[in-house]
Unconditional design. Structure first.
Length: 369
């Protein structure tokens, strides 16, 4: 399948989400490029795309703010029609003329670095194309981290017995399950849903359940009549396929949802966005880089997958000992990290901590970057 064509040829691209605002920014920047002052201080004249690079990495190389990828893309919109279709081996060049910067893409010819050789790249879509961020950081949480709007797990299928009456179940063990199992064959096992409250209003926003593992539906249950004419229930049979914690009687099952997009485009919110961290995923008391947090804003608040947000530490109140009256003053709020939103529910979201200077705790504030 045709992956990318330089010049004015047609690009057949995967259906990754690119918002109208991002496209509009790219088109605007494509006309004139960006001011040299907006480049990263040590932006190189060229960069050869390597396997393992991400759009986030490349944005950091050329621009001051990696979430401003539409400007990187838009520096040469004719050549980079879809930012997801940049491949290892391609060379990115900075053309800095007239006080503006434009990104060129191609292969050096004749041993020089100032000429470009347009070429056709033929490849399966997405096979080698760059991801926006390292996908491995969030992939484990796409099925594990779930916020339920209500306490749906109360009515979900449940483990009612175990193989040989075992107290705990590990990978490969058998579990017997009752409930509505009409929605699929691959299930996630959850335990102990906890309510998530807004740190400010104390409003109930949803329920987060502890992810236990995965299970496969292997034999259907039934209700039958025994030899004495009495009705008896035979539960369905499941095989535990993976475990994060030991499974047991009483744990609930939810079907594995369809796989989401495998690429996420970093971008800033279109308008003001401010909220609080509700909880840290897992059992930690504080969180750091590459850990997951839940936010008190969701799709109803305009939150989108790919949003980049700034972590803000509230300025402390101190006594000004240099003033004879010893007044209490409040220090300025300080930005100390970045969040990347990768799952969005109606009223809440999950985000990856991309960078942070200080430990993150529930109640910490975030804003648009």
């Amino acid at each position: 399948m045709l992956g990318l064509v330089f010049g004015a040829a047609t690009v057949q691209a995967a259906d990754y989400p690119i918002t109208s605002q991002q496209r509009g920014t790219a088109q605007k920047v494509a006309q004139d490029g960006v001011p040299l002052s907006e480049l990263a201080p040590n932006a190189p004249d060229s960069h050869t795309v390597k396997r393992g690079d991400t759009l986030w990495d490349i944005s950091k190389i050329f621009l001051r703010s990696p979430w401003r990828w539409p400007e990187l893309w838009g520096m040469n919109l004719d050549q980079i029609r879809n930012p997801h279709l940049i491949y290892p081996g391609q060379v990115l060049y900075l053309d800095k003329t007239g006080g503006r910067a434009r990104l060129r893409m191609g292969q050096a010819v004749g041993g020089g670095t100032d000429k470009l050789s347009p070429r056709v790249r033929s490849s399966d879509i997405g096979a080698d194309a760059l991801a926006s961020i390292p996908f491995g950081l969030i992939e484990p949480f796409l099925n594990e981290a779930v916020i339920f709007q209500g306490n749906e797990l109360e009515q979900a299928p449940r483990i009612v017995a175990t193989q040989e009456n075992r107290v705990i179940l590990g990978r490969g063990d058998t579990a017997y399950v009752r409930g509505d199992l009409s929605n699929g064959t691959d299930y996630r096992i959850f335990r102990s849903p906890k309510p998530l409250l807004d740190p400010t209003t104390k409003e109930l926003l949803g329920y987060e359940a502890v992810y236990v593992g995965g299970a496969e539906y292997t034999r259907q249950g039934e209700t039958r009549v025994d030899a004495a004419g009495k009705s008896e229930i035979v539960p369905a049979t499941f095989t535990v396929t993976s475990v994060r914690y030991e499974a047991g009687v009483g744990d609930r099952l939810a079907v594995v949802p369809p796989r989401e997009y495998t690429n996420y485009v970093p971008h800033a919110p279109q308008g003001p966005m401010e909220g609080r961290i509700v909880s840290l995923y897992g059992e930690a008391l504080t969180a750091g880089q590459n850990q997951i947090v839940s936010l008190n804003k969701g799709a109803k608040d305009g939150m989108e997958r790919g949003h980049v947000l700034a972590l803000v530490r509230n300025g402390s109140r101190v006594v000004d000992t240099t003033d004879p009256t010893k007044p209490t003053i409040k220090l300025p709020d300080e930005r100390h990290g970045l969040l990347f939103v990768f799952r969005v529910f109606d009223r809440m979201s999950y985000a990856l901590i991309l960078s942070v200077k200080e430990p993150v705790s529930p109640g910490d504030r975030f804003t648009q970057p």
